[in-house]
Design a protein around this ligand. Sequence first.
Ligand SMILES: Nc1ncnc2c1ncn2[C@@H]1O[C@H](COP(=O)(O)OP(=O)(O)OP(=O)(O)O)[C@@H](O)[C@H]1O
Ligand code: NI
Length: 435
Amino acid sequence: MSDEELLRIEGLCTRFFTENGQVNAVENLDLTIDEGEVMGIVGESGSGKSVTALSLIDLVESPGRITDGRIWFRAPDIADELIESGADDEVTDGDFVDLRKLSEEQRRSLRGSRFSTIFQDPMSSFNPSITVGEQIAEAVEVQRRARANPRSLDAKAQRYGLGDYVLSTVLPSKKYVTGASRDRAVELLELVGIPDPVERADEYPHEYSGGMLQRAMIAQALAGEPEVLVADEPTTALDVTIQAQILDLLSKLQAETGMTILLITHNLGVIARMCDRVGVMYAGEIVERGTLEDVFDHPVHPYTRGLLGSVPDLEGAGGRLQPIPGNVPSLLDHEMPDRCYFADRCPKAMDECLEHPPAFDVEGSEYHTTKCYLATTEYTEEKALPDGYFDEAGRAADVGEEPSETETGIGTGTDSETETETEADSVQSDGGEPR
Ligand SMILES: Nc1ncnc2c1ncn2[C@@H]1O[C@H](COP(=O)(O)OP(=O)(O)OP(=O)(O)O)[C@@H](O)[C@H]1O
Ligand code: NI
C-alpha cells in the first residue's frame, strides 16, 4: 500500500427515479481509496453497496443516475491531455481527473484498461456459445487495440508496436484475435490457477465448475491489466472451501500486480481476511469507516457494533455474526426521515439523533470517521428516546424480534445450513485476521 490516494469520492449521490418515487440509493458518500490497497464496503442487503460500485465504474442504468458528487481518479497522463485541450480545474487539478466530467468516449476507454469488475455470477460475464479461452483472448485483444490506438487516452500505448496496431485495425471482425492474445489468454488462465489451461481454454463456460468459472472471470477482468478491480460479492455464490480459494487468489494477484481492489461484501469475515480499510454502509451512506483496527476494535456506530455482534475483536473472532433487529429502511426519498436513518433500530437512540448526523472524526487512525453523535456525546438514560418512540411516530412499526435473512443479509439467524452463515463461520474460524 502506497498511502497515495488513487480515488477520492466526494458527496456522491445516486438516485433511481422509479414509479414509486425517488430512491436515494447512494447518499452523499465520501470515500478515498489508496493505490494498492484493498478497500472493503460492508453492509446489509439494500444498503447501496452495489450501486456505489456501479457509480464508480459508470455503469448505473436507467432509471438510475448519479445526481451529484465528484469521483476523482489519479491519472496524470489523462490530466495532461485534458489540460492540453483546455480543461479547467473543475475537470482536473493536473493530477486527478473527475471521472464524471470526462466524455462518454473517454470514460468508456477507461473500462477494462484502468477499471475492471468481477461479480457474483460469472455466467453473466460469459457468452455460453463461445469458448472461455476465446472470450478471454477477445478481452485481451480489445485492450491491446485500445492501447495501440493513438487516439486512446491510454499512455501505455507505447508498449505495443506499430505491428500490433496495424494488425488490429486492418482485421475487422472477431477473427482478428491474434495468436499472441490467445497465448495471453492461456497465461491468464494459468495465472488464476486453472489446471491444464491450454485444454481448458477450448472448453465452453458450462464445462467449468462454479469456482473455475469464477477464476476464469477474474482472468478476463485482468486481461487489460486494470489499476482498479471492483469485486462485488465475488464469492457469495460459492461453497466455503472454494470461497476461501478465490479470496486467496485475489490476495495473491493483488500482491503480485499491486492493483487496487474495492471489495464489496455483506460478510465481515471476508473483510477481516482481505481488506486494509473498510467503509460500513447503511441506507446509502457510509456510517463508519476506518482501518480494520478502527472498525473491528474501536467501532463507534451502533450499526457497526451490531454487525460485529458477538465478535468482539479480531483475535477473539470465534463468535457468530448477529442479526440486527429491525428492517433496512426504505430508501424512497419521501419515506426517508430527516434524522439518523438508523435511529429506529438503534439501542442508543437519543434526542440528538432526530437530526441527521454529519461525519465526525473519531479516535484511531486519521481515516476513522462515523456519522453518529456518540462520537461527540455520551449516551445517557436521560437523553434516550423513550421505548416505542418510532412506533408512535408511525415509523418502523414492523420492527420485530426475529428479522428474516433478507432483512439483515448479515450473519443470518440460528438455522444452521444457510450459505451466509457457514461462510461467516468458516472465515472466522480460520483466522479472520488482517494481513
Ligand atoms: N434498477 C434499480 N431500480 C430501482 N431501484 C434500484 C435499482 N437498483 C438498485 N436499486 C435500489 O438501490 C438500493 C441499493 O441497492 P444495492 O443493490 O446497491 O444494495 P446492496 O447493498 O448491493 O445490496 P445486496 O447486498 O442485496 O447486493 C436498494 O434500495 C435498491 O432497491
Ligand atoms: Ni449488491
